[in-house]
Write a new protein. Structure first.
Length: 254
């Protein structure tokens, strides 16, 4: 690992251990943000830990996090943090939440780390070096046909939006298996070859920055509902190479 990836892994592990001290705690403090989504003391403490480590090791780097104000970059480098992706799952004692850390250099996300502390799973990747789960290489599946595919989604709107004719939304009718294993966990099932497509209709930069390098380095692809690979788009789709390529072609024809 290069020093940046090593730092990201260490921060994700330390923040993950911190979140476990709050996990399944009945007295967990829960607050509501301006957008009415929940945030916990664990979210804030984990992001503070990560921000402190970045300031200590790379004081000129910028930081974009979910829970606190942006810190401008002085050198073209910016860390993008989601201290707990899947806060609602975390609050309900579901172990499918992740600590997400990405590094963007000159506008391009170069590495991503996602730690699932309650599962003991650590995913990471950096550009050109492959993707890994607990130190072992991972790849997306080789499934070609949607009729054989497992499709995952996060928001209930994916199933309720029955009038949509968007190619991504049509998958729910044609896939072999459709399940609501959402947030970053669903996208990592795609990266590790255990599902073919994962869909989020609503995403912020910190929700997807760490996902993209891991899925793409595992041989898959990530794009929004317009077919663009971006952390600021309209949702996010992760897919294996075959089905992702077909979806992108169908989106382009709309």
């Amino acid at each position: 690992m290069n020093p940046d990836l090593q730092l990201a892994v260490e921060m994700a592990e330390q923040a993950g251990q911190l979140t476990l001290t709050y996990f399944s705690r009945k007295s967990l403090q829960i607050f509501s943000k301006r957008d009415a989504t929940p945030v916990t003391e664990a979210d804030r403490k984990a992001e503070e830990l990560i921000r402190s480590a970045i300031s200590l090791n790379n004081p000129g780097d910028g930081v974009l996090g979910e829970e606190f104000e942006d810190r401008p970059s002085m050198n073209g480098r910016r860390w993008i943090i989601d201290p707990i992706d899947g806060t609602k799952a975390f609050i309900h004692g579901v172990p499918l939440y992740g600590v997400m850390i990405a590094l963007e250099v000159d506008g391009i996300v170069r590495l991503g780390v996602i730690n699932f502390p309650a599962l003991g799973d650590l995913y990471y990747a950096e550009s050109g070096s492959g993707a890994f789960l607990n130190g072992s290489p991972i790849t997306v599946s080789s499934v070609v046909n949607v009729a054989d595919a497992t499709v995952l989604y996060t928001e209930k709107e994916y199933l309720l939006d029955s009038a949509s004719r968007h190619p991504v939304d049509l998958l729910r009718h044609d896939a072999c298996l459709v399940r609501g294993w959402g947030d970053c966990y669903g996208h990592m099932l795609v990266a590790s070859g255990r599902a073919e497509v994962s869909i989020d209709k609503i995403m912020s930069p910190w929700d997807c920055a760490a996902l993209i390098p891991i899925v793409t380095e595992a041989g898959g692809c990530c794009f929004d509902y317009r077919g663009v690979t971006t952390i600021t788009g309209q949702g996010l789709v992760s897919a294996n190479k075959a089905i992702g390529t077909a979806l992108l072609a169908a989106i382009e024809k709309r």
